[in-house]
Design a protein around this ligand. Structure first.
Ligand code: SAH
Length: 216
């Protein structure tokens, strides 16, 4: 079974990531290393490396592998970076990010998912990830500024607190818009008053909830 997953994971990297423009060596290495099958419900393990999101309960999903890799690459991460992820879900993207940076803070709105992810990441030995239960649309002021913020749920507009919590040169990667029409956007904090905004690609994420989200 171990060999089956190792094989599936290398196929995922070779067939889903490399041909679609994931070229960052560190991102490819991290995607090759993180055991995605340990992040999905037991009944879905065999499908863990398929080219799509999967349900994880509580009406939430584990993101498609390609999208996790694309966001990690778009965030232009460095080993010294402190990163905030919004929408822990099962903790998969946090695990991928944790291999690329110094420390990952990850916020999850659904208390049960936050607790499960915390336990799972601890069991799997990820020691530089802190999972926090709460409303990530407000960011995580106590630990700001962040070199990168990755939002894995679609926001109606770009939440102001997230821009404010970006370090200078910090990157915010966020899906914006209604479910069927979301655009993944990268905001770069250029200096005290200037931000650069780039549209990256069309995406489909579950809705961001909370104060700067669609609903509480
Ligand atoms: N990053 C995950 C994807 C999770 S799906 C992965 O690696 O697969 C998006 C998650 O965002 C869901 O678990 C949802 O509960 C959570 N979410 C939605 N609104 C949120 C908010 N305001 N703050 C924190 N998490 C939120």
């Amino acid at each position: 079974m171990i060999d089956f997953f190792v094989q599936k994971r290398s196929e995922m990297v070779e067939k889903q990531l490399m041909p679609r423009g994931i070229t960052n060596r560190n991102v490819l290495e991290s995607m090759s290393a993180v055991p995605r099958h340990d992040f999905v419900p037991p009944a879905l393990k065999k499908q863990a490396y398929d080219d799509n999101p999967l349900p994880i309960g509580y009406q939430q999903t584990i993101s498609q592998p390609y999208i996790v890799a694309f966001m990690a690459q778009a965030a232009q991460l460095k080993p010294t970076d402190i990163v905030l992820e919004i929408g822990t879900g099962c903790g998969y993207a946090a695990a991928v990010l944790s291999k690329l940076v110094k420390k990952v803070y990850s916020i999850e709105f659904v208390p049960e998912l936050a607790l499960e992810a915390k336990k799972r990441l601890h069991t799997l030995g990820y020691s530089n990830i802190v999972v926090v239960e709460g409303d990530g649309s407000l960011g995580l002021k106590n630990h700001a500024p962040f070199n990168a913020i990755l939002v894995t749920a679609g926001a109606p507009i770009i939440p102001e607190p997230l821009k404010e919590q970006l370090a200078i040169n910090g990157r915010l990667i966020i899906p914006v818009g209604e479910h069927a029409h979301q655009k993944l956007v990268r905001i770069t904090h250029l200096d005290q008053t200037h931000y650069q905004e780039e549209r990256l690609q069309a995406v489909r994420f579950v809705p961001l909830r909370g104060e700067h989200g669609w609903q509480a």
